[in-house]
Design a protein. Structure first.
Length: 278
């Protein structure tokens, strides 16, 4: 019986250590991702490369998702100390490079502001999940039901946005998805911190950090709706959707933001860069 308190103390110490390592790795992932994205956004040659060669990033992003699947389903990759960090870094870098074309096309300060806002949102909901008395790991079915409902609602309003240009429909669709993601952020915080019905193993900190980084990415991706788009050149109607700082659905991007297609005519690009300035 004397061993039980010792085991409890050991468990709590290991769990706190695991949570601390996970959150530190997540912070490192976010900082490194921000530094790389800032380079892609502010360094002209990198910005031009990822704008014109977006297919390179598509390959990296797809490769990152494939590596993530292997990392999740093959435990030997996660618990082998010689390769688990390598797989985690490869997944992280593939995802970061995959987002590069979006970052390169975005307004710089809106990109930085969005990054800050969603980082704060991630931290706040991690704290909320940690102190929430409701055990979300016990009621995970409820989360999945709400997630399915959110997806249905989001797809409906996205279709209204695309087909009928219904005012604020994209904002509503985004709200459906964001609320669902934030619920899963709280769920992930609980399985990381432990003391609930379900919890992650204390050696799985690389996977836990990647999960939190992907939670952030799911939130952050919606900010790119405010970026200049390939269709802006032929869009003469104002979109009735609220965006931060500036309505961008009709503002023309600068010359090299244009996405080249087989049907692109040179005459379509004969405009001054001042006219396209965001």
């Amino acid at each position: 019986m004397a061993d039980i308190p010792e085991k409890s103390v050991y468990y709590k110490r290991e769990r706190r250590k695991f949570a601390l390592i996970t959150y530190l790795l997540t912070a490192i992932f976010l900082i490194v991702a921000l530094l790389q994205w800032v380079l892609f956004s502010f360094v002209g040659i990198l910005r031009l490369f990822f704008t014109l060669h977006y297919w390179v990033s598509c390959i990296f992003f797809g490769l990152g998702l494939i590596l993530l699947i292997f990392f999740i389903f093959f435990e030997a990759l996660r618990f082998n100390k010689t390769i688990n960090w390598l797989f985690a870094v490869l997944i992280f870098e593939c995802i970061v490079l995959g987002i590069a074309p979006l970052v390169a096309r975005h307004y710089r300060y809106q990109f930085l502001f969005s990054f800050l806002i969603w980082t704060l949102a991630l931290a706040i909901f991690i704290l909320c999940g940690s102190f929430l008395p409701l055990d979300l790991t016990l009621d995970v079915v409820v989360l999945f039901v709400l997630a399915v409902v959110s997806i249905i609602g989001a797809i409906y309003f996205v279709m209204l946005y695309i087909v009928a240009n219904v005012p604020y429909s994209f904002i509503i669709a985004r709200a459906f998805i964001v609320i669902s993601i934030l619920m899963f952020v709280m769920y992930h915080a609980q399985i990381i911190n432990g003391g609930r019905f379900a919890e992650m193993r204390t050696k799985d900190y690389f996977l836990a950090a990647i999960i939190l980084f992907l939670d952030f990415l799911l939130l952050f991706l919606f900010s790119f709706q405010m970026a200049p788009k390939w269709s802006d050149l032929c869009d003469s109607e104002w979109k009735n959707n609220l965006v931060l700082f500036k309505e961008t659905t009709t503002s023309r991007p600068i010359l090299w933001w244009h996405t080249w297609t087989w049907s692109t005519e040179d005459s379509a690009l004969k405009h001054s860069t001042e006219e396209y300035a965001p």
